[in-house]
Design a protein around this ligand. Structure first.
Ligand code: NAD
Ligand code: UDP
Length: 346
């Protein structure tokens, strides 16, 4: 497996971990990222960990000329498309920005790929496309819906991919529906580096554990779940990164546009994740119960049968591993990448 891969959004959280795995597997990797939500230090560290270099292009995925230049420079075998905006709450206030960035960005990318004759795509979709799931665990054939512009942008992109596959059988598109990615590389050198106040549970929990915030607010204690708190399918980002390599490998056998859940298949409540973090850190996490967060669903976890069958992939790491690695990252990098100097070449 040494085909050249283009990774859009490869300097971000999931992208950086995936780029590391691609380099370790021997792929030449080009990253295109506009650094709107990333620090180039992440890629400097990826190179250090891999002992290999990444070609980096600072550009927007909507910049057709930049994409054409990359496809002209070398024959790209496949694209892994992470680039996009991902904050659900923000998307409600800025729908045009989200559709422009996510939908127009993907359209520009697909047009450039078509023109270059590169028709292999692995796309970052999300479990958010299931809306409030009718049944659990969630299978890929369940009804799709969106409750905010972010989720709608993922649904629109999935539909575009399905239409493209119908129109031209030469396309192979894996629509990977991630559940809740958390954790970090076990070295503690790369991880999630959110700007401002985190919205998601794991980064917030880490900031409480490190004393940056006084307590965790647990949103809701009256859900119809065993302990009353929300249940999600947290997946270690290294398992997720491996899932992308598995998808790349399986892509020639996947017909058209194929949606595949990437999760562990196991639901974990907020209180269970807090308990796992207490074990990882060795001290208690201050927490308070708060009202439900508007728009939240009670439970969400994946049926991972398609990933096992089609990709020969399954998650191997549990919530203890996720908390241990997330905590190492937080402890070693209390301010994320921000205090670091960027290496010369990036
Ligand atoms: P991230 O913000 O860390 O990474 C996205 C990267 O894309 C960033 O480096 C950003 O600078 C870049 N980017 C954004 N818009 C761009 C543009 N127009 N042109 C070029 N680069 C651009 O996010 P992440 O958590 O790594 O998520 C990656 C992908 O996975 C996103 O598409 C996201 O919607 C999807 N996803 C994430 C989660 C999650 O919980 N993290 C869950 C489901 C799906
Ligand atoms: N959550 C919480 N406190 C927080 C952030 C999240 O109790 O500060 C809960 C949230 O209500 C949900 C779970 O943690 O039940 C996961 O939330 P997150 O935002 O990480 O993921 P999503 O809801 O988007 O799946």
């Amino acid at each position: 497996m040494t085909q050249p891969i283009l990774v859009t959004g490869g300097a971000g959280y999931i992208g950086s971990h995936t780029v590391l795995e691609l380099l370790k597997a021997g792929h030449p990797v080009t990253v295109l990222d506009n650094l709107s939500n990333a620090n180039p230090e992440a890629l400097a560290r990826v190179q250090e960990l891999a002992g290999r270099e990444v070609a980096f292009c600072r550009a927007d995925v909507r910049d057709r000329a930049a994409l054409d230049g990359l496809f002209r420079a070398q024959p790209i075998h496949a694209v892994i498309h992470f680039a996009g905006l991902k904050a659900v709450g923000e998307s409600t206030g800025q729908p045009l920005r989200y559709y422009q960035n996510n939908v127009a960005g993907t359209l520009t990318l697909l047009e450039a790929m078509e023109a270059a004759g590169c028709r292999n795509l692995v796309f970052s979709s999300s479990a958010t496309v299931y809306g409030d799931p009718a049944a659990l665990p969630i299978t890929e054939d369940m009804p799709l819906s969106a409750t905010n512009p972010y989720g709608q942008s993922k649904l629109i992109i999935e539909d575009i991919c399905r239409d493209l596959a119908k129109a031209d059988p030469r396309w192979h598109l894996a629509l990977l529906r991630y559940f809740n990615p958390v954790g970090a590389h076990p070295s503690g050198r790369i991880g999630e580096d959110p700007l401002g106040t985190p919205n998601n549970l794991m980064p917030y929990l880490l900031q409480v554990a490190s004393g940056r915030r006084p307590h965790l607010s647990i949103f809701g204690r009256d859900y119809p779940t065993p302990d009353g708190t929300g249940i999600r399918d947290y997946i270690h980002v290294m398992d997720l990164a491996r899932g992308h390599l598995a998808a790349l490998k399986a892509l020639p056998e996947l017909p058209g546009a194929t949606a595949i859940n990437l999760g562990t298949g196991r639901g974990c409540s907020v209180l269970e994740l807090v308990a796992a973090m207490e074990v990882a850190t060795g001290f208690p996490i201050p927490r308070q119960f708060a009202p439900r967060r508007p728009g939240d669903i009670a439970s969400c976890y994946a049926d991972c049968g398609s990933a096992e069958r089609l990709l020969d992939w399954r998650a191997t790491q549990d919530q203890g591993d996720m908390c241990r690695d997330a905590w190492s990252w937080q402890r070693l990098n209390p301010d994320g990448y921000r205090s670091q100097l960027t290496k010369g070449m990036l």
